[in-house]
Write a protein that binds this ligand. Structure first.
Ligand code: F6R
Length: 611
């Protein structure tokens, strides 16, 4: 959500910043802008994508400096427009030439704006960020770092910022609180960015800034300190992302690439963690807390969107495999609901990015109330991983497509591992675990079999793509899969879709079904198979067209459905790892057929770092 990149060093900043923006564009794509210090502050910004900014800049030599910052925006305050695009300047009347890029929300911007206007400041945009720019300018007395520090002390909310000042052309100041920011460390150069994807082409050494920390960077020095100006020594770490992982390669879209990466992603997630022979699971991140976790009495999974759907599946798995009461909750609701945390409660935050503001805040709240906290997270070193007591990395590699696919499979796989790990400390026998884990090891190959049906799925989608309302139904562990199928379809194809437990349909939504309405039903062989067949009949008798996801070999289901996608037969607890795949492919094809930008769906951005 909003991408920031900043550079100080010996190279031309413009090319480096634009390249960084392109890599960060999945974080927001409403507008883009750049500021370079080169004989004064040079600034250019525009509504629209990074390529529009690139065209606008052309070869303008005013932007030939070696220090600068840039931004790609997902609008929070103020509509997407040229004037609301970042960077924002302080009051030009003051002549400092300060420019700032920001990700986050300044919550007390209205009060600060009033104060600044009373002091003669005139604003050029509707953004909270411009208020911060003016505040920094208001405090500026020849020391950029000091004025940033002073301004941030007045601010409530979340921010990751980068600031430059024409009067100090050799200094870049960056700071963060609650929004991600890392500093790539090269030789005599620093590349600051919201995430590693804008850094890895230049260096694999990086510093993850802590909350409430400021860094002052020059070409040959850096100092990090708290808001109270106490110097701190940050940890340098090696970035695990490599360039190839974040390149599109021969695929037309990241989403398709990531769907096809799923077999390999799950292999990586499982590697070294599963011993099928003795029915055990090794989760290194949990070792230290094994005794405490052995006393778990309740598990609460928290997440948003796709991650919450994985959490819903996880709660079925924990109850089924570990026999521990469990539920899943929207992190955003949990946080404000005054949830009761009893002794022995473990709260698990599920997140691809590890930066989702709602999930992070809920995790903090759970921890404050005394819960033990775990993170099932993909991005190494992200905020949630750093703030949870322990965790399990998903290891699925970087996910760039805004619609989450391989991370979902990683979240479900990690949940199977966690539930088995907990179960083996309780009632799950080695034999039961062993047979399930043996199948789990084959899941990557089985996913490939589902991927092979992509063309057939596209054909089916072609029949229904003009329909504006779809239903997705499932039961048990496949109910969250139905929710996920609906979410995928609506977020990238803008088709209205609802996912729900198949039985719930009768309690109202059935009124929506009219002749030819596509109803996707996960109808794999399971403990509730017969009930799902009855639900299919209910849909058909109202004229709905059923597209089933069924178990290979279940040829009779063809008699009661218009279309069927088959998935290999696996135990019920593992089914979501296969049943979701045709739904991801279905959504992808629907979006392409409708002519939408699959990787940059309207109004969305990867990693929602505001509440
Ligand atoms: C949907 C999607 C979102 C995310 C949600 C949580 O395709 O990607 O619903 O799942 O915003 O994001 P993370 O997993 O980064 O916490």
């Amino acid at each position: 959500m909003c991408g920031i990149v900043a550079y100080i060093g010996g190279k031309p900043a413009r090319e480096l910043l634009l390249e960084g923006l392109k890599r960060l564009e999945y974080r927001g794509y409403d507008s883009a802008g750049i500021a370079v210090i080169n004989g004064g502050l040079q600034l250019s910004k525009t509504a629209g994508r990074v390529r529009v900014l690139e065209d606008q800049l052309g070869q303008d030599d005013r932007f030939d400096g070696t220090i600068g910052l840039a931004h790609t925006r997902w609008a929070t305050h103020g509509e997407p427009s040229d004037r609301n695009a970042h960077p924002h300047e302080d009051d030009p009347e003051l002549g400092h030439g300060i420019a700032i890029v920001h990700n986050g929300i300044i919550e007390n911007h209205a009060a600060l704006k009033t104060y600044l206007m009373d002091n003669g400041h005139v604003f050029a945009s509707d953004t909270d960020t411009e208020v911060l720019a003016h505040l920094i300018g208001h405090f500026y007395e020849g020391d950029l770092e000091a004025s940033v520090r002073q301004a941030l002390r007045e601010v409530t909310g979340a921010y990751a910022i980068a600031v430059v000042c024409a009067q100090e052309p050799d200094v870049l100041v960056v700071a963060r609180k609650g929004s991600p920011l890392m500093i790539g460390v090269g030789s005599d150069e620093y590349i600051v960015a919201s995430d590693a994807s804008a850094i890895v082409a230049h260096t694999n050494q990086a510093i993850e800034l802590d909350d409430d920390t400021i860094a002052r960077l020059t070409t040959d020095s850096f100092r990090t300190s708290t808001l109270e100006n106490v110097t701190i020594t940050p940890q340098m770490r090696e970035l695990e992302v490599d360039l190839e992982q974040i390149e599109l390669g021969s695929y037309p879209h990241y989403m398709l690439k990531e769907i096809h990466e799923q077999p390999e992603a799950i292999r990586r997630c499982l590697k070294g963690r599963v011993s099928a022979r003795d029915g055990s699971v090794v989760l290194g991140g949990l070792n230290e807390f094994a005794r405490e976790l052995g006393r778990t009495r309740r598990v609460v999974f928290l997440g948003q969107g796709t991650a919450l759907h994985a959490g819903m599946i996880a709660s079925y798995l924990v109850e089924g495999l570990a026999k521990i009461p469990s539920r899943a909750d929207f992190a955003s609701e949990f946080r404000y609901r005054n949830a009761i945390i009893e002794d022995g409660t473990v709260v698990v935050a599920i997140s691809q990015s590890g930066e989702t503001a709602d999930t992070h805040a809920a995790l903090r709240e759970a921890s404050r109330k005394g819960a033990m906290t775990l993170g099932l997270v993909n991005v190494v070193g992200s905020t949630i991983t750093r703030e949870s007591d322990a965790g399990v990395y998903l290891r699925v590699g970087p996910e760039i497509g805004v619609a989450s696919t391989k991370a979902f499979l990683g979240q479900v796989t990690a949940s199977v591992l966690l539930a088995t790990w907990l179960g083996r400390r309780r009632f799950l026998s080695p034999m039961e675990a062993s047979s399930m884990l043996e199948t789990l090891n084959t899941v990557p190959t089985l996913i490939s079999r589902v991927l092979d049906q992509s063309d057939q799925i596209a054909e089916v989608v072609g029949k229904y793509v003009q329909r504006d309302n779809w239903l997705f139904l499932g039961r048990g562990v496949n109910y969250p899969v139905a929710m996920e199928g609906a979410l995928k379809l609506k977020e990238i194809s803008y088709i209205h879709a609802e996912g729900m437990p198949a039985a719930e349909m009768k309690h109202g939504p059935i009124a929506l079904i009219d002749k030819g309405m596509p109803v996707v039903v996960v109808a794999t062989r399971s403990s509730q198979y017969e009930k799902v067949l009855s639900n299919i009949e209910e849909v058909r008798s109202r004229g709905g067209h059923v597209i089933a996801v069924a178990t290979e070999g279940d040829d009779s289901i063809r008699n009661i459905c218009e279309d069927v996608f088959f998935v290999p037969d696996v135990p019920e607890v593992l089914q979501p790892l296969l049943t979701v795949v045709p739904l991801q492919i279905l959504a992808y094809h629907a979006a392409v057929m409708r002519g939408h930008d699959v990787d940059k769906p309207r109004n969305l951005a990867k990693s929602v770092t505001v509440e």
